[in-house]
Design a protein around this ligand. Structure first.
Ligand SMILES: [Fe+2]
Length: 175
């Protein structure tokens, strides 16, 4: 299985620059995933709306994943659904060099119901095996339904990564 792939997007530098200006304007950033206010974000960064035109895709939701320390996040699956997107597009905004997004196979998971109706799965033991890893230093398609975690470079933080949900599942790009 292919777990990740670097891709090209349009207006990458503008998307990164304007996304970071917007994110830093939000003040103190809490660790973990935060969904951005779509109208405010796209007003500051209109380039993101057309950044995936070459794939006939458009982003429909943007989130940031922020981490401060070398503590690795838990191995998890964002959700499990055959009808929902298998993948997201992650774009590095700040301090992503030297950090790794690792992918795992196997393992036993605890289901955690979230207020948004999706169930998040978190690894409950050390029975998963690492099968791949990627440094998010370019726009990257990643499988979010497969077990994964972020191991943050302690020398560079906060690490801020943008994560785009799209109208079409970018899984087709994993070839
Ligand atoms: Fe995740």
């Amino acid at each position: 299985m292919i777990y990740h792939k670097y891709i090209e997007i349009d207006n990458l530098e503008k998307v990164q620059e304007n996304s970071l200006v917007y994110v830093l304007s939000l003040g103190k950033l809490s660790t973990g995933l935060s969904i951005l206010n779509w109208n405010d974000y796209t007003k500051q960064c209109p380039e993101v709306l057309t950044s995936l035109v070459r794939y006939n895709m458009r982003p429909t939701l943007a989130a940031i994943y922020v981490s401060y320390s070398h503590d690795a996040s838990y191995v998890h699956r964002d959700y499990q659904s055959k009808t929902k997107n298998q993948c997201r597009i992650n774009i590095p905004l700040m301090n992503c060099e030297g950090s790794k997004t690792e992918f795992y196979s196997g393992g036993t998971y605890n289901a955690i119901n979230q207020p948004n109706g999706l169930t998040y799965y978190i690894l409950e033991d050390d029975s998963a095996t690492k099968v791949s890893e990627v440094e998010i230093i370019k726009p990257t398609v990643i499988r979010i339904q497969e077990p994964h975690r972020v191991v943050t470079n302690p020398e560079r933080n906060p690490r801020i990564c943008l994560s785009l949900h799209t109208n079409i599942d970018p899984v087709f790009l994993l070839t």
